[in-house]
Design a binder for this molecule. Structure first.
Ligand code: AMP
Ligand code: TRP
Length: 334
């Protein structure tokens, strides 16, 4: 059976960027790749590479799982689980560290960016080895595809390198995965600072729309989104990056091409476009939030996560046992 694997860190409040870049893509794949099996997890082990409050982290992990389901992930087709409940992730992560070089990890741009920001609070060893754990999360399940946003491209390249190196040394063992990055919406930018991506943050942040925002909040954030003084509806990410970002959001949520959005609002000012975009986003998120509220308090969520843990563990256990034998761990078989 061919497989698709993906995950999201429960490290902050999910944003429209996560929704468009990762969650929505995953749900779409589920309907297009009918003969595939899907593995999807909440990457809680990744979240603790930076300080977390225990109770908050636990709540966020549950929230992420509920949001995936609310967005349309079908639990009958997807093995949905918490990464920390399948111990083999950490185990394979260690085994792969022994096939990864410091130089490779030092080159990771996400690590370099985080080091720059977090210098005062200290940098954990796990923040450095993070991409190896991510490689383990993926190649554990031998997937063909890994749907992610643009910022994970480099981590996927490293994952492939690690898998290829292991296969060269020990014989064909891991499937070499392909990243699936959406052609539009792979990098939704911050509404206030279009030079950085929209990222998980406080709900009060004006630059990011969270999946929990109500219509008024969404409207306010979109209304105050930075655009330009050119004043002409055009999709030009270089000269009009703020507007292009909004057009992208409109296009993905409204199932249109960016150029179709431009044509629709040709000759109009940005205000009408922004108002309509707010309605479009609020409708989509409203439906999502209603489903989320039904799921979060239900026993079904726990039943789904229990079953996901069992199925993931079954696969992971066998894979890691075989991996250890390849490497030479364990006893001589008599
Ligand atoms: P993270 O929030 O870093 O755990 O990311 C979870 C998933 O969402 C990854 O596949 C990211 O690539 C994707 N993602 C995060 N932020 C954005 C964004 N601003 N635009 C598009 N995709 C994103
Ligand atoms: N590192 C990813 C992120 O920050 C989350 C993640 C962890 C992931 N393991 C993964 C994504 C495996 C895809 C596959 O977004």
């Amino acid at each position: 059976m061919k497989r698709v694997v993906s995950g999201i860190k429960p490290s902050g409040t999910l944003t429209l960027g996560n929704y468009i870049g990762a969650i929505k893509q995953f749900v779409n794949l589920q309907s297009t790749l009918s003969d595939y099996e899907f593995f999807l997890f909440v990457a809680d082990l990744h979240a603790i590479t930076v300080p977390q409050e225990a109770a908050v982290l636990r709540k966020r992990s549950r929230d992420v799982a509920a949001m995936y389901l609310a967005a349309g992930v079908d639990p009958n087709r997807t093995v949905l689980f918490l990464q920390s409940e399948v111990k083999e992730h950490a185990e394979l992560g260690y085994l792969l560290q022994c096939s990864t070089y410091m130089g490779e990890l030092e080159r990771m741009t996400q690590y370099k960016d985080k080091v720059r920001v977090k210098k005062e609070t200290g940098i954990t060893a796990a923040l450095f080895t993070y991409p190896v754990l991510m490689a383990a999360d993926i190649i554990m399940y031998d997937p063909e595809f890994v749907p992610v946003g643009d910022d994970q491209k480099q981590h996927l390249e490293l994952t492939r390198d690690i898998a290829i190196r292991f296969n060269n040394k020990y014989g064909d063992f891991f499937t070499i995965p392909e990243p699936l990055i959406p052609t539009i919406g792979s990098r939704i930018m911050d509404l206030q600072d279009v030079s950085k991506k929209m990222s998980k943050s406080d709900e009060s942040d004006k630059g990011a729309i969270t999946l929990y925002d109500d219509f008024e909040t969404i409207h306010r954030k979109i209304r105050s989104a930075v655009t330009d003084s050119i004043g002409i509806m055009k999709y030009d990410p270089i000269k009009q990056p703020g507007l292009a970002n909004l057009i992208t959001i409109y296009a993905v949520i409204g199932h249109m091409d960016p150029e179709e959005v431009v044509t629709k609002y040709q000759g109009q000012g940005y205000a009408q476009f922004k108002d309509d975009l707010a309605v479009l986003v609020a409708n989509e998120l409203g439906t999502l939030q209603n489903r989320y509220h039904e799921i979060i308090d239900s026993g079904t969520l726990d039943a789904i996560l229990d079953s996901g843990r069992e199925k993931a563990h079954e696969y992971a256990f066998r894979k890691v046992e075989k991996c250890k034998r390849k490497i030479g761990l364990g006893r001589i078989k008599k």
